[in-house]
Design a protein around this ligand. Structure first.
Ligand code: ZN
Length: 313
């Protein structure tokens, strides 16, 4: 019999980008005190994570939770080994982010016109024009700029999306000078077969142009989708501590794939991440205590194998 672990070829290393302080925090209706945001970022930057989406520079009227973005960036203890990224809705946000010392910028462009209008009040063309300007701004400051496509696997407003639309937009990201292409499943509508199909089409169209995935676990497919992508050779994933996250303009949105769950899966499958699970859990627990509800991460709630065994002694 062949060894079943030989069957799919999995990468030996996975690169996590922690997005909880942005995707997660923006969904919380209770204002998370600046002190706790700073403490969370400092815990994360000491965990071995090498990229953190630290905040977003949106207008405070749109997302009040992010009103203290500049202050947060000024107060964190910068780890020189960590790249601090920010999400920006437009050029003005990009200028603020650069002033705050952000190392990398991300701009969301939605795969459909309706979602993009609801999200940033612009057409897809207008967002792409903004993106080109932000890329130039980034070049001047030597900061990488990437576009991430929301709703690449299905739209909360327009439903199904043709793969060709996604690939065409990805091509436009590349033409506009993106550093990497981000494919997001903001609504948690993707399934593993769809992930495989789209990734193969992506490779046919864009070859090995670097990409990352931003997957939500809204319907419980997050980890399954991640494994499908790993088997297709993707090694960069956004995850969120505790499984926090969502999308403020979409009803029925919920968390990202949890950092803890993916870390533990990687540990069990011997995929190197360089990230300390315990450090992430400590950061999640502090947030859980403040928010007063159990967070979605399964490993945060259930613990690891050795903890289970210890509990049953
Ligand atoms: Zn998201």
């Amino acid at each position: 019999m062949t060894d079943p672990t030989d069957a799919p070829s999995l990468p030996k290393h996975l690169h996590l980008i922690e997005v909880g302080p942005r995707d997660g925090f923006q969904m919380e209706s209770t204002f998370i005190p600046t002190d706790l945001k700073v403490a969370t970022l400092d815990r994360l930057s000491a965990s071995g994570v090498r990229e953190i989406e630290a905040t977003s520079f949106v207008h405070p009227k749109v997302i009040p939770q992010m009103a203290d973005a500049d202050e947060v960036m000024a107060r964190i203890e910068r780890n020189p080994a960590v790249r601090y990224l920010a999400l920006v809705p437009n050029r003005r946000g990009a200028e603020r982010a650069l002033k705050a010392g952000i190392d990398g910028l991300r701009l969301v462009v939605c795969a459909t016109e309706t979602y993009n209008q609801r999200n940033v009040g612009l057409s897809v063309d207008e967002s792409l024009r903004d993106f080109e300007q932000i890329v130039r701004l980034g070049e001047r400051e030597d900061v990488e700029v990437s576009a991430v496509m929301a709703a690449a696997f299905g739209c909360p407003f327009e439903g199904k999306i043709d793969d060709s639309v996604v690939l065409e937009l990805a091509q436009r990201f590349v033409d506009a000078g993106t550093h990497r292409v981000g494919l997001g499943d903001s609504a948690g509508l993707a399934n593993p077969l769809q992930i495989r199909r789209l990734l193969r089409k992506y490779r046919d169209r864009l070859g090995d142009f670097p990409l990352w995935l931003h997957l939500h676990d809204t319907r419980g497919f997050g980890i399954a989708n991640t494994i499908a992508a790993l088997e297709e050779g993707v090694t960069r994933f956004d995850t969120s501590l505790g499984g926090l996250g969502g999308c403020p303009v979409m009803k029925g949105a919920s968390g990202n794939v949890s950092t803890e769950d993916l870390l533990y899966l990687c540990r069990e499958m011997e995929i190197e991440t360089g990230v300390d699970l315990d450090a992430i859990r400590e950061a999640s627990r502090a947030l859980q205590d403040f928010l007063g509800r159990p967070l979605a991460s399964r490993v945060l709630q259930a613990g690891t194998r050795s903890e289970l065994v210890a509990r049953n002694q």
